[in-house]
Structure formats: structure tokens, C-alpha cells
Design a protein around this ligand. Structure first.
Ligand SMILES: [Zn+2]
Length: 241
């Protein structure tokens, strides 16, 4: 019966749609081969994220760090796609769609943390698929080279933008806005540049190995481990703005 067939088709299609909406079919391990980095500035528009006296609105800090990261990655010859480049609201599903529509990518989401306990501070990096662990671990490790940084660890999480990703995907919590010191730092452009610099270094290292990244930040990277490659002073042939 055509009616039964079309109903069966409709049910099948619905099941497929639900399956598509809840889990990626296959995650692709592009952690060593990626050519594009999807840079995701958390929150935006009507969604402030955390909002604290010391750190201000999370959406402002995430956008600034993400834009700096974007620039540094492009200077390192990687293609980038930003999920937002202004103060606009983008749903989590739209972010996932942008992420998954790339050809050969990784996804890095920038956030700042919040806690009712003011004393809590430090960096955390989250991932979902096992393919994302290396990248998460590397980013966390580079953030730990920032002076006085506190390691709150690399953890798995079920965040939508991570869970639904086809590609290696991580979410970086760049410190607590609810903490006086880290909140103040989150408002400081030099500090934001340093955050972006360390994350960019981790991403470039993940793709091309150690010693390739040439920092282009405003801040002298005093605690950076000695460069095994071509020295620290001279940048490579990367175009400068
Ligand atoms: Zn957030």
C-alpha cells in the first residue's frame, strides 16, 4: 500500500533525523591532518554567558580572545572559520553546523568560567571524543606555561558543540570571571593576547610539531620553553599585517 510505504518512509526519515541530531555518524580523526580551525567565541548577543563584576560579560572576553586566536592561526598559515565575529547570538546547533560543514577541520571553543566560590581559579580544557584528547591536553599544557597559572585539568564533557562534532573538538575555559585576579586578567588585552598565543601555539604544534609556531603576540613570552627550532627572534615567511 502506498500509504503504508510512505508512512514507513516518514517514520524512517524521522528516526534518521533524530539520530542525526543526537550524535555524529562517524567522527573523523583529523587531529594531525587538519587544514581548517573553526574558532568559536562562546555566547554572544542576548547570551552574555557569565557576567561578573571583575571580568565583565563573558561574551566580550571570548570574542576578543577568539579574534586574536583567529589572527594568529592565519599568520601560521592555517585556514580559519569563526562561528561569530561580532556580538551576535548564534545557537549551539548553528555552531555545530558551521563546524561540521568544513572539509578537514578541528573545532576550538573559547569560554571563561564562573563559580559561586570566588577563590576558585585556573584553566580547564574539555573534550568528548577520544580523538580530541591530544589537542585538549596540548592546549591545557600550553596554558600552563602562563605565569602563576593553575591547572584544573583536562576533562571529558557532554557539551553539545563537542558531542555533535564530526571532528576533534575542544572547549577551553580560560579562567574564572568570578575570581578577582582572573576576572581582572580577562579584561586585560595583553593577557587575552597571551591566552590566544598559547592556544595558537598548541594548535600549530598539534598540526606541525614543536618549534614551528612563531608567536606574534604583544606580550613577551617569558615562560615559554626554549625553541628547539629556528630561534625565537625571527618570524618565518608568514605574512605580517
Ligand atoms: Zn561560557
Amino acid at each position: 500500500m502506498p500509504c503504508l510505504i510512505s508512512r514507513a518512509l516518514a517514520v524512517g526519515l524521522l528516526a534518521l533525523l533524530v539520530a542525526c541530531a543526537t550524535a555524529p555518524k562517524v567522527t573523523k580523526n583529523t587531529s594531525k591532518t587538519f587544514t581548517t580551525v573553526v574558532v568559536d567565541a562562546g555566547h554572544g548577543g542576548k547570551d552574555n554567558g557569565a557576567y561578573r563584576r571583575y571580568g565583565g560579560a563573558e561574551k566580550i572576553a571570548t570574542l576578543d580572545v577568539a579574534q586574536r586566536l583567529d589572527r594568529k592561526l592565519r599568520e601560521s598559515q592555517l585556514k580559519t572559520v569563526m562561528t561569530r565575529s561580532s556580538d551576535v547570538f548564534i545557537s549551539l546547533d548553528e555552531r555545530v553546523a558551521i563546524e561540521n560543514s568544513q572539509k578537514n577541520a578541528i573545532f576550538v571553543s573559547i569560554h571563561f568560567n564562573d563559580s559561586r566560590v570566588r577563590g576558585i581559579h585556573g584553566f580547564e580544557t574539555y573534550y568528548h571524543s577520544g580523538d580530541s584528547f591530544d589537542l585538549a591536553n596540548r592546549i591545557q599544557g600550553k596554558l600552563m606555561t602562563i605565569p602563576h597559572s593553575v591547572n584544573r585539568g583536562v576533562h571529558t564533557a557532554n557539551f553539545r558543540v563537542l558531542r555533535l562534532a564530526y571532528y576533534p573538538a575542544v572547549l577551553v575555559e580560560c579562567g574564572f570571571l568570578s575570581n578577582r585576579a582572573e576576572g581582572h586578567q580577562a579584561r586585560d588585552s595583553e593577557y587575552r593576547d597571551m591566552l590566544a598565543d598559547r592556544i595558537a601555539e598548541a594548535i600549530v604544534e598539534q598540526r606541525y610539531g614543536p618549534g614551528v609556531y612563531q608567536g606574534t603576540g604583544q606580550v613577551a613570552s617569558e615562560s615559554q620553553p626554549a625553541n628547539t627550532g629556528s630561534g625565537t627572534g625571527s618570524p618565518p615567511a608568514a605574512p605580517r599585517p
